[in-house]
Design a protein around this ligand. Structure first.
Ligand SMILES: C[C@H](N)C(=O)N[C@@H](Cc1c[nH]cn1)C(=O)O
Ligand SMILES: [Zn+2]
Ligand SMILES: [Zn+2]
Length: 498
């Protein structure tokens, strides 16, 4: 293997980029193979596929030469009393040279549900290339970015070049359902993180066409609100008009969560939201954000707000409440005349600094109970918090942000926050105290969680290049930092009179 010194870093970068360009079809083929596995973590019937997905990821990382550990995550208890095994989590390590920086890359290989009948143009699990875009579930969230990182490492290996940093991986299979069990995994493996200097996540998208670095995400408090009127579904002709319908109660409860201007109706919910300072307000002015383009990406014709500043603030620094669905309600084609016996409404509140999960939980329960009381319904109401993930904000002066800016090279990346949630971001920050950075490679129009999710071929391949060059840039800055902090170096240079 060639040590770094044998090749100037610019020459090396050129070699790396040439290799990546030349092998892009292989990288695209790997993504196609990953997308073919329906690793939907929310569907227990697909659990075998999810477990297979984690296994092939582990094999792929092992093939890089890494030592891989698969950690058992126990059993997932389902609502119907049954249980299924959680997919294992991957902890892997490639290189342990104490003179090098150690980066831990976190990602997930589970996906959101996807069905043709949701409105996909092509099979979500048969990746299809159209207009240089790679369509398929998980293309951008998060299989493409995880593979791009692996491709970057692979490129060094293929060129027989020394990787300038030590790399660790933590890859999981339940991010889309809230990363259950991952907090305990991190607590139980503190030695894995003890020599990690930097944690990198690439699991969100850019704000515009411009590359970006993300330094904050919202959290999420996800609730189930269950209303039960009886033990079974009923004929609406035979029983309609004489019973208290669970659906009527639930619809009333859901309608009392948020008003038409987006204001959350739960008393006290805004109390802990950190106030907007003048300094923060100014940050929004400089952000390059095309409102019209964003609106086109969304497929809706009117947003709740009309200025760039309001839109960004309501995505990044204010909470929002979304109603996601109703389990148990009739939702198929046709006109079934049924009264459901039990329905479960699902909604979530994106959390921002300094909201607290137990406080939000109490406010939601109290509010729903008081709205329900007005109905004087004999039905049974149960409210449960399913996912509680805190928001995350990083220090953008950390060294790895500078390295990423250097790696992106041609343009200065936009410094952004993100309205979505990566539950582990805040958990990593609180438990490991390490520097965390999000380096998105997906585009603003990728359609995460939506029909026809994609990543552009260009973002996938350019992203692979950014990661490969990030290893070099970080290695350089880390070495400089070590030299400056190393008492021996300081002493030697003082002795030399410099
Ligand atoms: C940003 C990331 N790719 C993602 O999609 N995260 C999910 C995590 C989550 C939150 N509640 C449930 N899952 C998201 O933000 O929806
Ligand atoms: Zn994701
Ligand atoms: Zn997602």
């Amino acid at each position: 293997m060639l040590p770094l010194e044998t090749n100037g870093s610019e020459d090396l970068m050129t070699d790396l980029f040439t290799y990546i360009d030349g092998h892009q079809d292989e990288f695209v083929q790997s993504l196609k193979e990953w997308i073919a596995i329906p690793s939907d973590s929310s569907d227990p019937l697909l659990r075998k596929e999810l477990i297979k997905m984690v296994e092939i990821t582990a094999e792929r990382i092992q093939a890089l030469g890494a030592t891989v550990e698969l950690i058992d995550m126990g059993q997932e208890q389902l609502n119907d009393g049954q249980s299924v095994p959680f997919p294992k989590a991957i902890l892997a390590q490639l290189g342990n040279d104490p003179s090098k920086a150690t980066i831990c890359f976190y990602g997930h290989v589970d996906v959101q549900p996807a069905k043709m009948e949701d409105g996909w143009i092509t099979d979500p699990y048969n990746m299809t290339e159209r207009n240089e875009n790679l369509y398929g579930r998980g293309a951008t969230d998060n299989k493409g970015p995880v593979l791009a990182w692996i491709n970057a490492v692979d490129t060094y290996k293929a060129l027989n070049q020394e990787i300038p940093v030590n790399i660790k991986f933590i890859i999981e299979g339940v991010e889309e359902t809230g990363s259950q069990g991952l907090e305990d995994l991190i607590k139980g493996n503190s030695s894995f993180f003890s020599d990690v200097d930097y944690i990198v996540i690439s699991d969100n998208v850019r704000l515009s066409r411009k590359p970006a670095l993300t330094y904050g995400t919202r959290g999420d408090a996800y609730f189930f609100v269950e209303v039960q009127s009886g033990t079974k579904d009923l004929h609406s002709g035979t029983f309609g008009g004489i019973i208290h319908e669970s659906m009527r109660d639930l619809v009333y409860l859901l309608a009392n969560l948020v008003d038409s201007s987006g204001h959350i109706l739960i008393p006290g919910i805004y109390d802990d939201v950190s106030p907007l300072t003048e300094e923060e307000r100014k940050l929004y002015d400089d952000i390059d954000f095309d409102l019209e383009e964003h609106q086109n990406n969304s497929g809706v014709n009117t947003f709740l707000y009309s200025t760039k500043e309001e839109i960004l603030q309501h995505l990044w620094r204010y909470p929002c409440l979304s109603i996601h669905g109703i389990e148990g309600a009739f939702s198929g084609y046709g006109s079934k005349t049924v009264i459901p016996g039990k329905v479960i409404g699902k909604f979530s509140i994106r959390l921002v600094p300094d909201m607290k999960i137990p406080v939000v939980n109490k406010q939601v329960i109290n509010h729903l109970k008081s709205v329900f009381a007005k109905l004087k319904s004999p039905n049974k109401l149960v409210v449960t918090l399913q996912i509680g993930a805190l928001p995350w904000i990083a220090n953008v002066n950390d060294l790895q942000y500078e390295a990423a800016r250097n790696a992106i090279r041609k343009v200065t990346p936009e410094m952004i926050r993100d309205g979505s949630t990566i539950p582990l971001a805040r958990i990593f920050q609180d438990l490991t105290k390490k520097s965390i950075m999000m380096l998105p490679i997906g585009g603003a129009d990728d359609g995460e969680h939506s029909q026809n999710e994609k990543i552009s071929r260009s973002n996938y391949i350019q992203g692979t290049k950014i990661f490969a060059s990030f290893f070099l840039e970080l290695a350089k800055l880390h070495k400089d930092l070590q030299m400056n902090n190393d008492p021996l170096t300081i002493k030697t240079s003082q002795q030399n009179g410099s």
